[in-house]
Design a protein around this ligand. Structure first.
Ligand SMILES: [Zn+2]
Length: 183
């Protein structure tokens, strides 16, 4: 694994847990102890070309990727799990936070969303009120209301392009989590 900063390759990113320090009750000292020292998201360099290709394919639709979570050390996983048990409870945490495979610790997994290039804002691809079920790929498929249809179309677009450039969905089938096919 050779970790690189996404920003160095012009790929939009945030570091999810760095951004949400307060929400998860994490201090900078705790984060530094598990190797997280700034808001840069990092990935293994092997997936940079795939992410760039995804951006090229999204552009005609008026979108670009934003990577919202990427590499996490195994120690960071453990720290996050503890904090999320406190805040979100064990049930929702175990449903949405995989500690068995820890795929983000390989640098080959990303959580992504779309940026609307006209507004430069992140696009809503699910309704936060539907947490946690709304992040799984089939949630909006059976619903006919306009919002649900819009979410489904956006998720289908994102998934279609990510699969085309060499990613696969994770074992939990969250619409925003992708792993390199090499993983
Ligand atoms: Zn993920």
């Amino acid at each position: 694994m050779k970790l690189v900063n996404l920003s160095d390759f012009g790929i939009r990113n945030i570091n999810y847990y760095w951004e949400r320090k307060e929400r998860y009750n994490l201090t900078e000292v705790e984060l530094a102890a598990v190797g997280l020292i700034n808001g840069q998201a990092q990935v293994d360099e092997s997936i940079i070309p795939k992410l760039k290709m995804a951006n090229e394919l999204l552009k005609p639709f008026g979108f670009e990727l934003i990577v919202k979570d990427a590499y996490r050390s195994k120690e960071l996983y453990e720290l996050i799990r503890k904090k999320r048990y406190e805040i979100d409870g064990q049930f929702n945490t175990d449903k949405t936070f995989s500690q068995i495979k820890m795929s983000h610790s390989t640098g080959l997994a990303v959580d992504v969303s779309l940026i609307d290039l006209k507004t430069e804002l992140e696009v809503d691809m699910w309704d936060k009120l539907d947490w946690p079920d709304g992040i799984f790929i089939n949630y909006y498929k059976l619903r006919q209301d306009p919002e649900s249809k819009k979410y489904q179309e956006l998720q289908d677009l994102l998934i279609g392009i990510m699969l085309k450039v060499g990613f696969k969905l994770g074992p939990r089938k969250e619409f925003h989590h992708f792993e390199s096919i090499d993983l």
